[in-house]
Design a protein around this ligand. Structure first.
Ligand SMILES: Cc1cc2nc3c(=O)[nH]c(=O)nc-3n(C[C@H](O)[C@H](O)[C@H](O)COP(=O)(O)O)c2cc1C
Length: 249
Protein backbone atom coordinates (compact mmCIF):
# COMPACT_ATOMS: atom_id res chain seq x y z
CA UNK A 1 0.00 0.00 0.00
CA UNK A 2 3.10 2.25 0.04
CA UNK A 3 2.41 3.64 -3.42
CA UNK A 4 -1.05 4.74 -2.28
CA UNK A 5 0.20 6.01 1.09
CA UNK A 6 -2.51 3.92 2.68
CA UNK A 7 -3.10 1.18 5.25
CA UNK A 8 -5.74 -1.50 5.62
CA UNK A 9 -6.01 -2.53 9.28
CA UNK A 10 -8.21 -5.16 10.87
CA UNK A 11 -6.92 -4.91 14.42
CA UNK A 12 -10.23 -4.59 16.25
CA UNK A 13 -9.98 -3.47 19.86
CA UNK A 14 -7.49 -6.03 21.16
CA UNK A 15 -6.42 -4.78 24.57
CA UNK A 16 -5.67 -5.80 28.15
CA UNK A 17 -8.80 -4.27 29.60
CA UNK A 18 -9.82 -1.07 31.34
CA UNK A 19 -7.69 -1.42 34.46
CA UNK A 20 -4.46 -1.87 32.47
CA UNK A 21 -5.54 1.04 30.27
CA UNK A 22 -5.81 3.22 33.38
CA UNK A 23 -2.43 2.05 34.69
CA UNK A 24 -0.89 3.01 31.34
CA UNK A 25 -2.52 6.46 31.49
CA UNK A 26 -1.17 6.98 35.00
CA UNK A 27 2.35 6.01 33.86
CA UNK A 28 2.26 8.45 30.95
CA UNK A 29 3.78 11.92 31.39
CA UNK A 30 1.74 13.35 28.50
CA UNK A 31 -0.83 15.20 30.60
CA UNK A 32 1.71 16.39 33.19
CA UNK A 33 3.58 18.03 30.33
CA UNK A 34 0.50 19.91 29.18
CA UNK A 35 -0.72 17.44 26.54
CA UNK A 36 -4.44 17.10 25.88
CA UNK A 37 -5.54 13.52 26.47
CA UNK A 38 -8.46 12.15 24.47
CA UNK A 39 -9.55 8.61 25.33
CA UNK A 40 -11.39 6.50 22.78
CA UNK A 41 -14.02 3.94 23.82
CA UNK A 42 -15.86 1.17 21.96
CA UNK A 43 -17.70 -2.02 22.78
CA UNK A 44 -16.01 -5.40 23.27
CA UNK A 45 -16.26 -7.74 20.30
CA UNK A 46 -17.99 -10.38 22.48
CA UNK A 47 -20.64 -7.99 23.79
CA UNK A 48 -23.84 -8.15 21.75
CA UNK A 49 -24.93 -5.00 19.98
CA UNK A 50 -28.08 -4.91 22.17
CA UNK A 51 -25.85 -4.68 25.28
CA UNK A 52 -23.36 -2.23 23.73
CA UNK A 53 -24.33 0.65 26.02
CA UNK A 54 -23.18 -1.41 29.02
CA UNK A 55 -19.59 -1.34 27.72
CA UNK A 56 -19.71 2.36 26.81
CA UNK A 57 -21.11 3.34 30.21
CA UNK A 58 -18.57 1.20 32.05
CA UNK A 59 -15.65 2.68 30.09
CA UNK A 60 -17.02 6.20 30.46
CA UNK A 61 -17.37 5.77 34.22
CA UNK A 62 -13.87 4.35 34.78
CA UNK A 63 -12.07 6.74 32.40
CA UNK A 64 -13.93 9.95 33.20
CA UNK A 65 -11.48 11.22 35.86
CA UNK A 66 -8.44 10.78 33.57
CA UNK A 67 -9.62 12.29 30.28
CA UNK A 68 -9.56 15.78 28.80
CA UNK A 69 -12.14 14.50 26.33
CA UNK A 70 -13.67 11.12 25.53
CA UNK A 71 -14.41 9.80 22.05
CA UNK A 72 -17.39 7.52 21.59
CA UNK A 73 -16.27 5.33 18.74
CA UNK A 74 -19.27 3.93 16.86
CA UNK A 75 -17.56 3.69 13.49
CA UNK A 76 -14.72 1.16 13.59
CA UNK A 77 -15.37 -1.35 10.77
CA UNK A 78 -13.47 -4.12 12.58
CA UNK A 79 -15.95 -4.81 15.39
CA UNK A 80 -19.05 -6.62 14.19
CA UNK A 81 -22.21 -4.43 14.01
CA UNK A 82 -20.52 -1.49 15.77
CA UNK A 83 -21.38 0.84 12.91
CA UNK A 84 -25.11 0.13 13.34
CA UNK A 85 -24.89 2.35 16.44
CA UNK A 86 -24.64 5.31 14.06
CA UNK A 87 -28.29 5.09 13.01
CA UNK A 88 -31.87 5.23 14.26
CA UNK A 89 -32.91 4.16 17.75
CA UNK A 90 -29.57 2.50 18.43
CA UNK A 91 -27.88 5.91 18.26
CA UNK A 92 -30.64 7.67 20.19
CA UNK A 93 -30.74 5.07 23.00
CA UNK A 94 -26.97 4.98 23.35
CA UNK A 95 -26.66 8.77 23.54
CA UNK A 96 -29.57 9.01 25.98
CA UNK A 97 -27.88 6.57 28.38
CA UNK A 98 -24.53 8.31 27.96
CA UNK A 99 -26.12 11.69 28.72
CA UNK A 100 -27.65 10.36 31.95
CA UNK A 101 -24.40 8.77 33.08
CA UNK A 102 -22.50 11.92 32.20
CA UNK A 103 -24.77 14.00 34.48
CA UNK A 104 -23.92 11.70 37.42
CA UNK A 105 -20.19 11.81 36.61
CA UNK A 106 -20.18 15.60 36.25
CA UNK A 107 -21.62 15.89 39.77
CA UNK A 108 -19.23 13.35 41.27
CA UNK A 109 -16.04 14.75 39.72
CA UNK A 110 -17.20 18.38 39.49
CA UNK A 111 -16.05 18.63 35.90
CA UNK A 112 -17.78 18.26 32.58
CA UNK A 113 -15.53 16.20 30.31
CA UNK A 114 -16.28 16.98 26.62
CA UNK A 115 -17.65 14.05 24.64
CA UNK A 116 -17.08 13.51 20.90
CA UNK A 117 -18.68 10.94 18.61
CA UNK A 118 -16.52 9.41 15.88
CA UNK A 119 -18.18 8.57 12.56
CA UNK A 120 -17.44 6.55 9.44
CA UNK A 121 -16.48 8.01 6.05
CA UNK A 122 -18.89 5.54 4.43
CA UNK A 123 -22.03 7.28 5.70
CA UNK A 124 -24.59 8.58 3.23
CA UNK A 125 -25.78 12.19 3.44
CA UNK A 126 -29.13 11.23 5.02
CA UNK A 127 -27.26 9.36 7.78
CA UNK A 128 -24.96 12.35 8.36
CA UNK A 129 -27.97 14.65 8.54
CA UNK A 130 -29.64 12.38 11.10
CA UNK A 131 -26.48 12.30 13.24
CA UNK A 132 -26.20 16.09 12.91
CA UNK A 133 -29.72 16.46 14.23
CA UNK A 134 -29.32 13.99 17.13
CA UNK A 135 -25.90 14.87 18.60
CA UNK A 136 -26.71 18.36 19.93
CA UNK A 137 -29.95 17.02 21.48
CA UNK A 138 -27.90 14.81 23.77
CA UNK A 139 -25.23 17.38 24.62
CA UNK A 140 -22.42 15.90 22.54
CA UNK A 141 -19.63 18.49 22.15
CA UNK A 142 -17.67 17.19 19.19
CA UNK A 143 -17.81 15.01 16.11
CA UNK A 144 -14.70 13.30 14.78
CA UNK A 145 -14.83 12.76 11.02
CA UNK A 146 -13.69 10.23 10.08
CA UNK A 147 -12.69 6.68 10.96
CA UNK A 148 -11.33 4.18 8.40
CA UNK A 149 -13.30 3.16 5.31
CA UNK A 150 -14.70 -0.09 3.97
CA UNK A 151 -14.61 1.39 0.46
CA UNK A 152 -11.58 0.81 -1.74
CA UNK A 153 -12.16 3.95 -3.82
CA UNK A 154 -9.01 5.86 -4.89
CA UNK A 155 -6.82 2.83 -4.26
CA UNK A 156 -4.53 2.01 -7.17
CA UNK A 157 -2.78 -0.97 -5.57
CA UNK A 158 -5.24 -3.73 -6.32
CA UNK A 159 -3.01 -6.48 -4.93
CA UNK A 160 -4.06 -5.76 -1.35
CA UNK A 161 -7.37 -4.02 -1.98
CA UNK A 162 -9.44 -7.20 -1.44
CA UNK A 163 -8.08 -7.64 2.08
CA UNK A 164 -10.62 -7.07 4.83
CA UNK A 165 -10.37 -4.15 7.24
CA UNK A 166 -10.54 -0.38 7.33
CA UNK A 167 -8.70 1.75 4.78
CA UNK A 168 -6.88 4.86 5.98
CA UNK A 169 -4.39 7.33 4.54
CA UNK A 170 -4.37 9.29 1.27
CA UNK A 171 -7.28 7.50 -0.47
CA UNK A 172 -9.76 8.65 2.19
CA UNK A 173 -8.74 12.32 2.37
CA UNK A 174 -11.33 13.58 -0.11
CA UNK A 175 -14.10 11.38 1.25
CA UNK A 176 -13.57 12.62 4.79
CA UNK A 177 -13.47 16.21 3.47
CA UNK A 178 -16.89 15.71 1.88
CA UNK A 179 -18.27 14.44 5.19
CA UNK A 180 -16.82 17.46 7.03
CA UNK A 181 -18.33 19.82 4.45
CA UNK A 182 -21.74 18.26 4.94
CA UNK A 183 -21.43 18.37 8.74
CA UNK A 184 -20.45 22.03 8.62
CA UNK A 185 -23.65 22.71 6.71
CA UNK A 186 -25.95 20.61 8.87
CA UNK A 187 -24.70 20.39 12.46
CA UNK A 188 -25.32 22.99 15.15
CA UNK A 189 -22.26 25.13 15.84
CA UNK A 190 -22.25 23.93 19.47
CA UNK A 191 -20.74 20.69 18.13
CA UNK A 192 -17.11 21.18 17.07
CA UNK A 193 -15.83 19.18 14.10
CA UNK A 194 -12.48 17.41 14.36
CA UNK A 195 -11.14 16.50 10.91
CA UNK A 196 -9.24 13.26 10.35
CA UNK A 197 -8.53 11.01 7.39
CA UNK A 198 -5.61 11.03 4.99
CA UNK A 199 -3.67 14.03 6.27
CA UNK A 200 -0.15 13.56 4.90
CA UNK A 201 0.86 17.21 4.52
CA UNK A 202 0.36 20.61 6.11
CA UNK A 203 -1.70 21.62 3.09
CA UNK A 204 -4.13 18.75 3.70
CA UNK A 205 -4.46 19.80 7.34
CA UNK A 206 -5.44 23.29 6.13
CA UNK A 207 -8.00 21.75 3.77
CA UNK A 208 -9.63 20.03 6.75
CA UNK A 209 -9.75 23.37 8.61
CA UNK A 210 -11.14 25.17 5.55
CA UNK A 211 -13.88 22.56 5.26
CA UNK A 212 -15.01 23.39 8.79
CA UNK A 213 -12.83 21.49 11.28
CA UNK A 214 -11.82 23.16 14.51
CA UNK A 215 -8.92 20.74 15.00
CA UNK A 216 -7.30 17.87 13.13
CA UNK A 217 -6.00 14.41 13.98
CA UNK A 218 -3.75 12.10 11.99
CA UNK A 219 -2.61 8.51 12.19
CA UNK A 220 -1.47 6.94 8.90
CA UNK A 221 0.48 10.08 8.00
CA UNK A 222 2.72 9.41 10.99
CA UNK A 223 3.75 6.11 9.42
CA UNK A 224 4.51 7.57 5.98
CA UNK A 225 5.91 10.95 7.04
CA UNK A 226 7.05 10.42 10.65
CA UNK A 227 6.56 12.84 13.57
CA UNK A 228 7.81 15.80 11.48
CA UNK A 229 4.35 15.84 9.92
CA UNK A 230 2.95 17.17 13.20
CA UNK A 231 5.25 20.22 13.10
CA UNK A 232 4.45 20.72 9.43
CA UNK A 233 0.71 20.76 10.15
CA UNK A 234 1.04 23.12 13.13
CA UNK A 235 3.17 25.55 11.10
CA UNK A 236 0.85 25.39 8.09
CA UNK A 237 -2.26 26.00 10.20
CA UNK A 238 -0.60 28.87 12.11
CA UNK A 239 0.49 30.52 8.86
CA UNK A 240 -2.93 30.03 7.36
CA UNK A 241 -4.63 31.65 10.38
CA UNK A 242 -2.17 34.55 10.24
CA UNK A 243 -2.81 35.19 6.56
CA UNK A 244 -6.56 34.95 7.11
CA UNK A 245 -6.40 37.54 9.92
CA UNK A 246 -4.34 39.89 7.73
CA UNK A 247 -6.94 39.80 5.00
CA UNK A 248 -9.52 41.08 7.53
CA UNK A 249 -7.41 44.13 8.57
C1 LIG B 1 -3.70 0.72 12.88
C2 LIG B 1 -4.88 1.61 13.14
C3 LIG B 1 -5.63 1.44 14.30
C4 LIG B 1 -6.74 2.25 14.57
N1 LIG B 1 -7.46 2.07 15.72
C5 LIG B 1 -8.52 2.90 15.99
C6 LIG B 1 -9.27 2.75 17.20
O1 LIG B 1 -8.98 1.91 18.04
N2 LIG B 1 -10.31 3.61 17.40
C7 LIG B 1 -10.64 4.59 16.49
O2 LIG B 1 -11.60 5.34 16.72
N3 LIG B 1 -9.96 4.72 15.34
C8 LIG B 1 -8.91 3.91 15.07
N4 LIG B 1 -8.21 4.07 13.90
C9 LIG B 1 -8.66 5.11 12.93
C10 LIG B 1 -7.81 6.38 13.01
O3 LIG B 1 -7.88 6.95 14.29
C11 LIG B 1 -8.25 7.40 11.95
O4 LIG B 1 -9.57 7.81 12.24
C12 LIG B 1 -8.22 6.82 10.53
O5 LIG B 1 -7.08 5.99 10.37
C13 LIG B 1 -8.19 7.90 9.46
O6 LIG B 1 -7.08 8.78 9.67
P1 LIG B 1 -5.66 8.59 8.94
O7 LIG B 1 -5.91 8.49 7.46
O8 LIG B 1 -4.88 9.81 9.34
O9 LIG B 1 -5.05 7.35 9.48
C14 LIG B 1 -7.10 3.26 13.62
C15 LIG B 1 -6.34 3.43 12.46
C16 LIG B 1 -5.25 2.61 12.20
C17 LIG B 1 -4.46 2.80 10.92
Amino acid sequence: MVKDKAIINRLGFNNDGLEVFIQNILKSQWRNQGGILGLNIGKNSDTSIEDASFDYLKSLTRLYPYADYITINISSPNTSELQTLQSGNRLINLLKEIQEKRKELTDIYEKNVPLAVKISPDLKYDQIDFISQILPTYGINGIIATNTSLSRKNLTNLRFSKQSGGLSGSPIHDTSLKIINRLKEKIDSSVEIIGVGGILSGQQAIEKILAGSKAVQLYTGLIYRGPILINECIKAIDQFKLSKNKSFI
